[in-house]
Write a protein of this length. Structure first.
Lengths: 218, 200
């Protein structure tokens, strides 16, 4: 599993890997929002949590269709399936690698972008914490969707349709936590619910993803 | 150690391909599968490797003893030759990849990105994976495709060494690789096509 994680991280950083794509997409979306809605800081600070979470979610989605597709094309997936590592472990390792190259950097740059959107200062730590807690769920749910669509030639569209509804709870609670903190209200409950979603998807979705891969490999 | 196949039936995307396949391969033996294109060699190997379930019959082999080499070699172009092989070795729990490089004549290519390799060199790298896995049962699907005569000779040598050390191999191939091995023609196991009822 560690070997798969290390290989995927290395592949992501090398030329042609997905690293940077999600980050740049996130930067572009957030930087363009003030131009689109105008520079009024009152208005910006209201929509900032939602915009940041939406940007992070779409950025995560961007690199998902390559998660298993490249391995399926060059035959690695079949060979990994016959290797002495459970397919559940393969799914988990690849989802963690996906999170480390998308979710984690997004959460780390979010404070800087929050300031750009006039996000109140007391909400910045909550936003970062929420992204750190919530984005693993995005990668996990996404890996399940990618496993379902791995056999399809252009699976990206179907993958988005499958995965986006499942992303809604994460989006709601993540944005709610940051928005509550911005308004000076209690933000602990939505964060705890977010943590619950992440833990649940970490516990269950590797099995679902491995099951989907097994069917697709037949 | 023995690979024993008993009245196995395989399907490929819902269509029965092979039925009542029975053979056994003992340790120290290689078996060559022959048959025309589409006769089910790949399907049989995939079923043996556990990638698709058998509809009938059984495959008996010690647990965690098989390694499967498909048409595709599972090589990542942006990783170097050594990094590719190190990954597979680590997945099987080993680190030493030197002997595998020597066996397939890859010594001079160790640091080259795998995307710069020729088709034959990629195939050599794919076959080197068999050695680093240290698995006793090799299931090989057309292993000599795009290899030159030197490559085929090295491959035959590797199989001979493997079999000599008590391993066993099942190889689907069309060409004569120069191995002293039993040949099994699988076209005799072809499944009868399902009888289609004429539409009323």
């Amino acid at each position: 599993m560690i070997a798969i994680l290390r290989r995927d991280l290395r592949l992501a950083i090398r030329a042609g890997g997905g690293f940077g794509l999600a980050l740049v997409f996130f930067l572009i979306v957030v930087v363009l929002v003030p131009f689109a809605v105008g520079p009024d800081t009152d208005r910006l600070s209201v929509i900032a949590p939602g915009v940041l979470w939406l940007g992070a979610l779409l950025a995560c989605l961007l690199s998902l269709d390559r998660l298993f597709a490249t391995d399926a094309e060059d035959g690695s997936l079949e060979l990994m399936a016959t290797a002495p590592v459970p397919l559940e472990g393969v799914v988990l390792a690849k989802a963690i690698a996906h999170w480390m190259t998308t979710g984690l950097p997004l959460a780390l740059v979010a404070p800087a972008l929050g300031i750009l959107l006039a996000l109140p200062v007391q909400a910045v730590p909550v936003l970062t914490l929420g992204l750190l807690i919530g984005t693993p769920a995005l990668s996990m749910i996404g890996s399940f969707g990618a496993a379902l669509t791995v056999g399809l030639k252009r699976g990206g569209l179907l993958l988005s349709l499958l995965v986006l509804p499942l992303y809604v709870p994460t989006l709601i609670f993540g944005a709610l936590a940051a928005a509550s903190a911005a308004e000076g209200q209690a933000w602990q409950t939505p964060l705890l619910l977010l943590a619950g979603i992440t833990l649940g998807s970490l516990a269950l979705l590797p099995f679902a993803g491995a099951g989907a891969l097994r069917v697709n490999l037949r | 150690m023995e690979l024993k196949v008993e009245s196995l039936a395989c399907v490929r995307s819902g269509m029965p391909v092979l039925s009542d396949v029975s053979f056994s391969v003992a340790a120290g033996e290689a078996l060559i599968l022959r048959g025309p294109n589409g006769s089910g060699k790949t399907t049989l190997l995939r079923t043996l490797a556990g990638l698709q379930p058998a509809t009938e019959g059984s495959v008996k082999a010690p647990e965690d003893s098989m390694i499967y080499a498909a048409h595709a070699d599972g090589i990542k172009g942006t990783l170097s030759v050594a990094e590719n092989l190190q990954f597979w070795a680590a997945l099987y729990g080993y680190r030493d990849i030197g002997p595998a490089f020597t066996a397939f004549g890859l010594k001079t290519l160790v640091n080259r990105p795998a995307q710069k390799l020729s088709a034959g060199q990629k195939r050599r790298l794919g076959l080197a994976r068999l050695l680093v896995s240290r698995r006793p049962i090799w299931l090989l699907d057309e292993p000599t495709v795009s290899l030159d005569t030197d490559g085929v000779a090295r491959f035959a040598e590797a199989v001979r060494n493997h079999v000599g050390a008590g391993g066993l191999a099942v190889i689907a191939t069309h060409i004569d690789v120069g191995l002293d091995a039993r040949v099994l023609d699988i076209s005799q196991f072809r499944a009868k096509p399902p009888v289609l009822e004429p539409l009323a």
